[in-house]
Structures are given as structure tokens and as C-alpha cells.
Design a protein around this ligand. Structure first.
Ligand code: UDX
Length: 448
């Protein structure tokens, strides 16, 4: 089939599936797009005025297409759509395995495999099955096996179409991608999927590769990005020792056109659902294929990230003028409500373990869910404004680069006398902190 698909289903209404399908529906009004999810509450939220994902620009698109050619349906009620679909995207989670072979490193494909079983049982006619979730190399082989062992008359082509969007800029990334990657061995299926993206993406930006290259390219791209952050974070520690300033070093290094300026912002450590998981998956693949030196190289990127989070927590702990620490920012970066693997989780755990009281503020993160993730510790509470979190604190830990943290009125912040502001993102107004009489530590800077 190389005509343009008319019916698309996406299994998984998360941070990738929801926004991606919304943009496809907006750009291809002639295509019916149905998003399924096992979680009926999440589907209800997608159908409500309060979307489960915070993304700038997303509500406007949803308002335009929902009910027109974009439909959110609980999975159990969406089987008819699945049966009729020309293309089914699998966009479910592939978390790091917690038990069994490869625990702690390998990606857990149980949710993907369950999707493959479901598609095999429901699909009629010819269906293009697209891996949208980030998968280990050769995951498509497993999907193909499940489809052919369980099919009830349908035929299938499997493609890899990894998503490169970043949270917080998902709509911009989807509408103006650096590239769209389609990996596959079936030219008709590749052409059909290409025809969807061609509605708004220039042909030279739609890259086609073999299946295994596409799967590995996604892991490699995330590993390279994470490696840049660990590289600059490793130097942030050296800057603090030598008097160099990491922001100045990054600016100079980034002007080399071979290196480029992006992803050189020193931080308290990268977080999010992708970098660590994908690095661990890459490391596991290298070990599995007998390449311990390559595995060790990438493990270094993970290790520096862990070290950076703990190094910063230790600074806050030592600097605290009393037992109360204000944590500003719980999200793994600004403009998202996502705190998966955020530096804040690691830093809060460490501060609480050392007996400190933590009062946290984040403009978007649901504090109740964050507290639950920490195990609802008694010395952790959530403030509804930054000023509330700051009142009486003996130390401040800035962990997310939210814009509002750039313009905090330090002069009127009621910190404890002698309090130390520890900036893990290099966003606070240094002069204002100093003028207010507080101490200041900034990641990668010896004398801020
Ligand atoms: C990442 C990739 O960018 C995206 O292409 C892929 O599809 C999914 O994984 P995401 O995790 O949403 O996207 O966020 P990203 O903007 O890459 O940031 C990841 C982490 O790195 C954040 O914690 C961020 O604060 C941190 N970061 C980023 C730095 O510490 N310094 C930088 O210079 C850039």
C-alpha cells in the first residue's frame, strides 16, 4: 500500500503520543486519528479542558482538531478503530527493567509486546505498525515475530519512526522538526508513512534508513546530547576549583562551528524520561554484544550525572544556615510538569536523608504526586508560591531554570539571616542576591 493512509491509531496517550497525533491531525485534516490508552483517566483528561500534558501551544491545537479528526478513546472501546487502521503507532512506555535479565539497564518491552499482541488479534487487511517509542536495536524483530505468530488473517509491515521532540517545546519540534526519521525495509510502507509527514515537512528533512539504523540513531542522538551535558558538568566542578566560569568556557567552546552552542548549559544534572533510560539501554546493548569498552565509555556519562546531583546536594547541605531548605523547581526542566528522573528527586532525597526539612515550590509540577514519589516523607512539604517556600529557609536550592526564578525579589524574600542561595541552573540574579545580604553558590562558578 503506498497511497496516503486515511486511518491512523496511536496506542499510548502520553507526552509523545498525544502531542504527535494532535499535530498529525491538524496538518492532515483528511486523516482520522484515534488515540487509545489503557488508562481511562488519562483519556478523560485529554477529552477535558485540563489536558494531562502541559505543552505550550498544545491546548490551541487540541481545540481545533478534537472531535473533528482526532479522537481520544479508552483502549477497550477502541478495538474497532484498531481493526480498520491503515497505520498503528506504538507510543507506550519502555522503562528500564527492574527485574529479570538486564535489570537496571535493559529497556522493558512488555508494554510494546502487549501492543503487538493486541494489534495482531484486532487488525484486518494490511496494517503498517510503527515503533514511535524509543526501542533497543532489533526490537522491531520481536514485534514482527509477535505479529506473525498471532495474526488472524491480517498482513503487517513494521517501521521505526522514533520521535525527537523535547518536552516543553513539543509543538514547535513537531511542526518544525530538524528531521523525521523513518526506518524500514518495505518501500511501500515507508512511502505511506512518508506521505503523512510530507503534508508539512520538507522532503529533504524526511530521512529514510534501515530499521536497525533508525532504532540505533535515536539511542545515539540522546546519548550524544546527554554526553555534552555530562562533559560541561564535569568541567563545572573544575571551574569551581580553579576560578574559571563554566558559562564563559561554554560560550567560547560553543562558538567553534564544529561544536555548536546548544546543550552546553551546566546544570545540577540532566533528568527526564529519556536520557538516562536510553543511555542504560545503549550500555546494555554494548555489553550484550561483547563491547565492554564501549559500554564503559557511555557509563561514564551516567556516572558524571549521578555525581553532579550528589555533589550539588552536598553543597546545599553544607551551606544551610538552619534545618530548612527551600527547593525551587521540581520539573526536570522548565516549561513542563514532568518530574521523571528530575535532579530534584535526587537532591530532595539526599537532603531529607541528611535530616533537613524541605519546602518545595514549582509552578507546574503537582506537589502531591512529587511527594508520593518520594514516599510522602514527613519533612517534605509543598508551597504554593516561591516566596512562601523561601520564608525562613537557611538555604535555597534552585533546581529548574523556570523563568520566574530569574526575577525573584531577593530583597523582600524572608530567608533566614546568613542563608545561602545555591543556584544549580545559573539563573538567579546574582547582584540582587548579594545586595539582599545572602550568600551565593552558582554551579560552575568559584566566586559568583
Ligand atoms: C530529550 C531529547 O532532547 C529529545 O530529542 C528526545 O526526543 C527526548 O529526550 P527531553 O528529555 O524532553 O528531550 O528534554 P531536553 O531538553 O533534552 O533536556 C533533558 C535534560 O537535560 C533536562 O533535565 C535539561 O534541563 C538538561 N539539560 C539540557 C542541561 O542540563 N543542559 C543543557 O544544556 C541542556
Amino acid at each position: 500500500m503506498n497511497s496516503r493512509p486515511r486511518k491512523i491509531v496511536c496506542i499510548g496517550a502520553g507526552y509523545v503520543g498525544g502531542p504527535t497525533m494532535a499535530v498529525i491531525a491538524a496538518r492532515c485534516p483528511d486523516v482520522q486519528v484515534t488515540v487509545l490508552d489503557l488508562n481511562a483517566e488519562r483519556i478523560a483528561a485529554w477529552n477535558s479542558g485540563s489536558l494531562p500534558v502541559f505543552e505550550p501551544g498544545l491546548p490551541e491545537i487540541i481545540r481545533q482538531v478534537r472531535g473533528r479528526n482526532l479522537h481520544f478513546i479508552p483502549q477497550a472501546q477502541g478495538l474497532a478503530a484498531l481493526a480498520e487502521a491503515d497505520v498503528v503507532f506504538i507510543s507506550v512506555q519502555t522503562p528500564t527493567k527492574t527485574s529479570g535479565a538486564g535489570a537496571g539497564k535493559a529497556s522493558d518491552l512488555q508494554f510494546v509486546e502487549a501492543c503487538a499482541h493486541l494489534i495482531a488479534q484486532q487488525a484486518r487487511g494490511h496494517t503498517i505498525v510503527v515503533e514511535k517509542s524509543t526501542m533497543p536495536v532489533r526490537a522491531a524483530e520481536r514485534i514482527q515475530q509477535i505479529l506473525s505468530a498471532n495474526q488472524t488473517g491480517g498482513t503487517f509491515a513494521v517501521l521505526s519512526n522514533p520521535e525527537f521532540l523535547a518536552e516543553g517545546t513539543a509543538i514547535r519540534d513537531l511542526e518544525h522538526p530538524d528531521r523525521v526519521l523513518i526506518g524500514g525495509e518495505d518501500p511501500a510502507a515507508v512511502a505511506a508513512l512518508k506521505s503523512i509527514y510530507a503534508a508539512w515537512v520538507a522532503p529533504e528533512k524526511i530521512l529514510t534508513t534501515g530499521l536497525w539504523s533508525a532504532e540505533l540513531s535515536k539511542l545515539a542522538a540522546n546519548a550524544f546530547l546527554a554526553q555534552r551535558i555530562s562533559s560541561i558538568n564535569s568541567l563545572s566542578a573544575l571551574c569551581e576549583q580553579t576560578g574559571a566560569d563554566v558559562a564563559e568556557v561554554a560560550a567560547v567552546v560553543g562558538t567553534d562551528s564544529r561544536i555548536g552552542p546548544k546543550f552546553l548549559q551546566a546544570s545540577v544534572g540532566f533528568g527526564g524520561s529519556c536520557f538516562q533510560k536510553d543511555l542504560l539501554s545503549l550500555i546494555y546493548l554494548c555489553e550484550h554484544h561483547g563491547l565492554p569498552e564501549v559500554a564503559a565509555y557511555w557509563q561514564g556519562v551516567v556516572d558524571i550525572n549521578e555525581w553532579q546531583k550528589h555533589r550539588f546536594a552536598a553543597v546545599v547541605q553544607q551551606a544551610a544556615a538552619n534545618r530548612r531548605v527551600a527547593v525551587l523547581g521540581l520539573a526536570f526542566k522548565k516549561d513542563t510538569n514532568d518530574f521523571r528522573e528530575s535532579a530534584a528527586l535526587a537532591v530532595c532525597r539526599r537532603l531529607l536523608q541528611s535530616g533537613l526539612e524541605v519546602v518545595a515550590y514549582d509552578p507546574r509540577v503537582d506537589g502531591t504526586r512529587f511527594a508520593a514519589e518520594l514516599g510522602n516523607p514527613s519533612h517534605f512539604s509543598v508551597a504554593s508560591t516561591a516566596a512562601q517556600a523561601l520564608a525562613g529557609a537557611g538555604a535555597v536550592a534552585v533546581l529548574t531554570e523556570w523563568d520566574e526564578f530569574r526575577s525573584i525579589a531577593w530583597a523582600s524574600a524572608k530567608l533566614s539571616p546568613g542563608a545561602m542561595v545555591c543556584d544549580g541552573r545559573n539563573v538567579v540574579d546574582r547582584t540582587a542576591v548579594r545586595q539582599a545580604g545572602y550568600g551565593l553558590r552558582v554551579i560552575g562558578s568559584a566566586a559568583p
